[in-house]
Design a protein around this ligand. Structure first.
Ligand code: F6R
Length: 608
């Protein structure tokens, strides 16, 4: 999703701004642009497509500047095009970049048209440039103009702006969209994502909603919503090069799949001791709060929601708690009834997903006992706004398709199931069994990664098809859904998931030799029933690819049976996820798609 970077420096900033845009490419975007202050004029370059093209334009035009703003755009209002790309400008004077959505843009456009402004894009963002210019032209300072502009805007925004008549200052503002300041050496930076400037500093200031700040190469000043000067905490984050480069791998997604043993170890490390989970791993006082919990409500989106669906089974089996789960984008609109002593759990890799954040904010107005988030980014809005949290410690996930974030979310959710059970004095023997299994989970994941060679043999068969079905039962149904999501988003093959018992209620009509069926068949009390469901597929000429426990015997006419490593049943969903990730990756590689940045998708979805 859109990315902002800005720099006020004593050196030429063009290159560092473009490097920052490259670092944000993983978020997903369709166009890019830059505005560079050059004393009496502003160099304004925009391109449709990859940042590389903008870079080529920069190399050709060689603009020099010590003050600039840049942006990657992910279209919301108006098609992807050069005209709609940021920065947007007003009267060749004010240039702005914006993340978020301005909800009252139609009214504001009318107001500005009446004031004589004309629009050259279809975006909601362009009006911000005009509003700022409108207030500047009336003699207001940059900061005052930003406050006057803010008063008119409804919606979510992170903004960075420069004025041709001021070659020293950048003004930035935040409301509901992430924005931070980076303290560099002889320079100050701003960005929507710490990764964009992680090469230049490890000191960050996360702005709060309503904040406006002014940056020069010498200093920064932050004002709060009421225009009072404020000081905000400096956070130290070391974003090493290693974490943000592909190393020996072709894609970030591939690297992130193979990082999972370490990532899962990092999630569990320091949180279990002896035969149980440690106290208060979700924050001080969490163990006491958990004693009172009578019900859990989960909200999340996409892959994170699938993790929640698995966890709902764990909360029932291990913590003995009923759990309701909702798409974050739907939750607020179904007028949810909140039972007494309910715990709201949000799950998000980025912690900036607008729907999940909006659901949390809505829930905070309701009678929840408490709010808790499972998140990979400790500095995210979700983490800061939840009462309790646990970080998955997976390291930066750059590939748009979530892999290590998902399996570490599952590991963290298992810790939550165990902590709730412990506080509620439930199932001590089961807890002990799971803790033992958790300790060996990184090794089991490592062993599972060795299935790559077998998967490479089936990948061409799936890559040649247009559709695929994924089947799983019980706790494996969400894993089948995750497998289907992974395949569709990176290979563009249409894929659906069903609980295997549902096949005969409709989807069986789709089965023929063109429909590969990928099934998850662990050893379980319903394994026999699943095998019968798969026989139904076989009888209709469908090609089966079955990931199964060695104890399950099936005579396949075509397709393949792949034996999975042994693992405690409750943790097997994590293990069975791995081959599905590898399969999607290898299929997408064969189909030549843009694996790390699939079309139309964004890593961090900061619009509702
Ligand atoms: C799919 C994927 C998305 C995200 C979803 C929520 O591979 O990554 O479905 O899971 O956009 O994002 P987060 O977890 O950042 O809230």
């Amino acid at each position: 999703m859109c990315g902002i970077i800005a720099a006020a420096s004593n050196r030429n900033v063009g290159k560092l701004l473009v490097q920052g845009l490259h670092k944000m490419e993983y978020r997903g975007y369709d166009s890019a642009g830059i505005a560079l202050h050059q004393k009496d004029q502003i160099a304004h370059l925009r391109t449709l497509g990859k940042v590389k093209l903008l870079e080529e334009k920069m190399i050709a035009e060689k603009p020099k500047s010590k003050l600039g703003i840049a942006h990657t755009r992910w279209a919301t209002h108006g098609e992807p095009s050069e005209e709609n790309a940021h920065p947007h400008k007003s009267n060749e004077r004010v240039y702005i970049v914006h993340n978020g959505i301005i909800e009252n843009y139609l009214d504001l456009k009318e107001f500005l048209k009446d004031e004589g402004y004309s629009f050259s894009s279809q975006t909601d963002s362009e009006l911000i440039a005009h509003l700022l210019e409108y207030f500047l032209s009336k003699g207001n300072s940059m900061v005052d103009s930003m406050y006057l502009t803010k008063e008119k805007l409804d919606g979510a925004y992170a903004i960075a702006a420069i004025d041709r008549e001021n070659d020293q200052n950048i003004v930035i503002a935040r409301s509901k969209s992430p924005l931070l300041i980076g303290i560099g050496t002889d320079e100050f930076l701003a960005a929507s994502d710490p990764l964009a400037i992680g090469q230049l500093t490890n000191e960050f200031i996360f702005l709060e909603d309503g904040d406006v700040a002014e940056l020069t190469s010498e200093s920064y000043t932050i004002f709060d919503d009421t225009k009072q000067k404020v000081s905000r905490e400096i956070t130290h984050i070391d974003i090493s090069n290693q974490a943000t480069s592909k190393g020996e791998y072709k894609h970030f997604m591939e690297k992130e799949i193979y990082e999972q043993p370490d990532a899962i170890l990092n999630t569990i490390d320091g949180r279990v001791g002896g035969d149980d989970v440690l106290e208060n791993i979700f924050g001080l006082g969490s163990s006491d709060i958990f004693q009172k919990v009578k019900r859990v409500q989960i909200v999340a989106c996409g892959t994170s929601l699938h993790a929640g669906r698995v966890a709902a089974n764990w909360f029932s089996a291990i913590s003995e708690l009923p759990t309701q789960i909702d798409y974050a984008s739907e939750y607020r609109y179904r007028n949810p009834h909140v039972d007494e002593d309910s715990l709201l759990v949000t799950i998000s890799q980025s912690g900036e997903t607008a729907d999940t954040l909006a659901a949390l904010r809505y829930a905070k107005e309701k009678d929840y006992l408490s709010t808790l988030c499972i998140c990979n980014v400790p500095t995210s809005s979700l983490a800061r706004e939840s009462e309790y949290s646990i970080f998955t410690n997976a390291g930066p996930e750059i590939g748009v398709a979530s892999t290590k974030a998902f399996t570490t979310q599952l590991a963290a959710l298992m810790l939550l199931a165990l902590s709730l059970a412990k506080s509620r004095n439930r199932n001590p023997k089961l807890r002990k069994r799971i803790i033992t299994a958790l300790r060996s989970l990184p090794d089991t994941v490592q062993e599972t990664l060795k299935l790559k060679d077998e998967i490479l043999e089936i990948a061409p068969e799936i890559a040649s098809k247009d559709n695929a079905l994924f089947l799983g039962r019980g706790i494996f149904y969400p894993i089948a859904k995750e497998g289907a999501l992974k395949l569709k988003e990176i290979s563009y093959i249409h894929a659906e998931a069903y609980p295997a018992g549902e096949l005969k209620h409709g989807p069986l009509a789709l089965i023929d030799e063109e429909m590969p069926v990928i099934a998850l068949a662990p050893e379980s009390e319903i394994a026999e029933k699943l095998v019968s469901n798969l026989e139904e597929v076989k009888a209709r000429g469908g090609t089966l690819y079955v990931f199964s426990d060695p104890s399950i015997s099936m005579d396949l006419k075509s397709g393949r049976l792949i034996n999975m490593p042994k693992c405690d049943f409750l943790l097997t969903p994590i293990i069975y996820t791995i081959p599905l990730q590898i399969l999607s990756y290898e299929v997408a590689l064969l189909r030549g798609t843009d694996i790390d940045q699939p079309r139309n998708l964004a890593k961090s979805v900061t619009v509702e």
